[in-house]
Design a protein around this ligand. Structure first.
Ligand code: ADP
Length: 562
């Protein structure tokens, strides 16, 4: 039977009388049996505790301190007489910190040992300690080791350069992975290696349940298994927001150990994955049954890995969300523009019937109105075609169909399309074509679309002067793998307002316009240049821009000759 009296029994002459001595049966350290000696020698518990290298505190179930050894007095600078029988958290407030207090309480609740780190600040210096807590007969035995030369033999304290470099390498590797699944696999393998473990896993909690979402080594058996969070190491790590250490996972019958009895796990460390104050899961590393416990240094290493991993997971999640949003936007645009195109096509047909006077003769004002209707309908159709082209490029549906054609023919076709607007604005439309015809092999529809976009913009953004399309042939400049290549240049220049250098690059982004306000003078979607650049790239070429504010712009489509 367990005694309800919360005192500790110390034998020998040096018994410190601060500790009440009432129970002489259950709490004293039993005499050591010796067959030769007629009487067993008494062992002085106080002397034994004082001889230990680590600081020891014994705390009763009412959280009052029952005993401190000499090392404790030395490390924490408080004489035993001042604090014995006082509340632990009042006497040593750093134990009241959320993570530490959770560790102490859970050790008392389930009787399993806990390991964790304690960081104490004095001025700018930070002292690190490793703490081990065990519960014996409702008493907590708190053992504090100074991080340097910790009892595990794994010298703790500051990370050495090699360790820091390897953690940095891991952080960089994780940051480079954008797929969450791949990231978790990398994390499990790396955490297992770095903490000298035989397995690792990432657990996620949703509501009342936890799930093993990724696993390596000895934890693979638990992959995709669900378990109640209540009473689990994962829940402890999530609640305390610190590293939790368990000595015998399977023996302590944690929920996951009950659900997957074949796991046969001994020591386990669990670190919460927290990024931007959001709990993303728990990272655990494990060793087989009866293996040595993880050291405070390894716990510290796991905490660092978990911090880096949480940021990488956060980034991967955001990226996944933005890709999903992008896909949804693409689908929305494609559906809407497709639905709009059908009635617009019908409208164009009716307008043509009216304009051709099939429905009867029109008066002059009626002809004028029909012309305006046709112009607006055409404008809308062009915009919708642009949005459809954008969706198609984004979805990777554009295919190159190459044919052989004369470049000059294409320039004439593009000029014919923009000619009505140029005439309306009284702009001169000119071309410079070389004497020798230039042939090229490319997708004629896509090249035409690019030229019409560039020439259309030139006319749209020029108020007086001219728009000129020049054709020339040259060779690639700079280093090109496989030697120089022949290229064809279509330069569309205008005498318009020009573009400031800081704006020029941005205009090739989708939906980007220099004058994007509601009061802008020119209509348009801001997609033309983006589509043109993407199509040019699809054809193995590019669009260069040269422009100065006030002196016009030149957009050059450069294509490989074959
Ligand atoms: P949109 O013409 O539908 O606005 P574009 O992608 O074709 O979309 O062009 C993006 C922006 O680039 C235009 O809104 C305009 O501000 C600028 N731009 C394009 N071509 C010219 C040009 N030739 N001269 C001046 N600005 C231009």
């Amino acid at each position: 039977m367990r005694s309800t009296d919360e005192t500790i029994q110390f034998g020998g002459d040096r018994d410190r009388s601060r500790v009440r001595e009432t129970d002489t049966t259950s709490k004293a350290i039993p005499p050591v049996a010796d067959s030769r000696a007629p009487r067993a020698p008494r062992i002085d518990a106080v002397q034994v505790l004082d001889a230990l290298r680590n600081a020891i505190a014994v705390v009763g179930s009412d959280w009052r301190i029952q005993h401190l050894n000499r090392q404790w007095e030395r490390i924490f600078g408080r004489p035993s007489a001042d604090v014995v029988r006082r509340d632990l958290f009042t006497a040593f407030p750093f134990f009241a910190d959320e993570h530490t207090a959770t560790m102490l309480r859970s050790a008392r609740l389930d009787g399993a040992a806990r390991h964790f780190d304690l960081e104490l600040r004095s001025g700018s210096a930070v002292e690190r300690y490793g703490v081990r807590v065990v519960c014996s007969d409702e008493r907590l035995i708190i053992e504090v080791s100074e991080a340097r030369g910790a009892s595990s033999g794994d010298a703790g304290g500051d990370y050495d350069a090699a360790e820091a470099a390897s953690l940095r390498r891991l952080a960089r590797q994780m940051a480079a992975v954008s797929d969450t699944r791949e990231l978790l696999e990398l994390l499990c393998t790396a955490a297992s290696e770095q903490c000298n473990a035989t397995g690792a896993a990432v657990l996620r909690g949703t509501g009342e349940e936890g799930e093993v979402v990724s696993a390596a080594g000895a934890m693979t058996l638990g992959l995709e298994r669900r378990f109640p969070l209540e009473g689990s190491v994962a829940q402890e790590a999530l609640q305390s927001r610190g590293v939790v250490s368990v000595e015998e996972f399977t023996v302590s019958q944690r929920p996951l150990a009950r659900i997957v009895p074949d796991l046969r796990i001994g020591p386990m460390l669990a670190a919460p994955l927290i990024a931007h104050d959001r709990l993303l899961g728990v990272l655990t590393v494990v060793r087989g049954e009866r293996s040595p416990a993880f050291s405070p240094r390894e716990a510290q290493r796991l905490a660092v890995i978990a911090d880096h991993a949480a940021l990488a997971m956060w980034k991967a999640e955001l990226l996944e969300q933005s890709r999903a949003a992008d896909r949804a936007k693409g689908r929305f645009l494609a559906t809407i523009s497709h639905e709009l195109r059908t009635p617009l096509t019908a409208l164009t047909g009716y307008e043509e019937l009216l304009a051709d006077e099939v429905m009867g003769p029109l008066t002059e004002p009626q002809t004028d109105v029909v012309e305006r209707m046709r112009s607006v309908t055409h404008h809308l159709t062009v915009m919708i075609e642009e949005v459809l082209a954008f969706s198609s490029i984004e979805a990777g549906r554009e295919i190159v169909r190459a044919t052989d054609f004369l470049a000059a023919d294409l320039i004439r076709a593009a000029m014919a399309i923009v000619e009505p607007l140029a005439r309306q604005k009284r702009l001169r439309l000119a071309s410079d074509l070389p004497a020798d015809p230039i042939r090229l092999t490319s997708d004629i529809d896509k090249v035409r679309q690019i030229l019409v976009n560039l020439a259309g913009n030139a006319v749209k953004f020029t108020e007086q002067g001219e728009v000129r399309i020049s054709l020339s042939e040259g060779h690639t400049t700079g280093e090109v793998a496989g030697g120089e290549r022949r290229e064809i240049r279509f330069a569309v220049s205008d005498t318009g307002a020009g573009i400031a250098p800081e704006d020029a690059r941005r205009l090739f982004r989708p939906f980007s316009q220099v004058d994007a306000g509601l009061t802008r003078r020119h209509g348009g979607t801001g997609l033309g240049l983006y589509i043109s650049q993407r199509l040019a790239q699809l054809l193995g070429g590019r669009i260069d821009v040269h422009s100065e504010l006030g002196s016009g712009s030149t957009f050059t489509l450069v294509l490989p000759a074959d």
